[in-house]
Write a protein that binds this ligand. Sequence first.
Ligand code: ZN
Length: 150
Amino acid sequence: MDELRDLYQEIILDHNKNPQNFHKLVDADFTLEGFNPLCGDHYTFYLKLDGETIEDIGFEGSGCAISKASASLMSSILKGKRKEEAEHLFSLFTDIVTGKIDPAEHIEELGKLAAFAGVADFPVRVKCATLPWHTMHGALQGKQDNITTE
Ligand code: ZN
């Protein structure tokens, strides 16, 4: 697990400093805001679909390093994925950060997402890590109301 912890720190620092897809999509099919009042994380996510595939994804907003790194990593991983793959990764990611499953058993599927397994040790940060995923999930479900973790 030490390796995962190092990877976690590296990914958080890297994505926080240089967030991927950190911009608005003017031609988004879905736009949804996500808010975590406990920490103050607040982002808007933009999704553009091509049929069942996520063609493009972007986000704007601000929040702590964990939420921003999670949003950045999620956006780079989901680009080009099918909706059903995105929903599958959403549930896998949620199970990892809440400690429900052992990341070691899903390492290949998780890729860099496995780094967030370390969040399971910090329950107060779980919502920071999952906020982007819940918002993306809500957008794919066609939700119009903003997503809040509370
Ligand atoms: Zn946060």
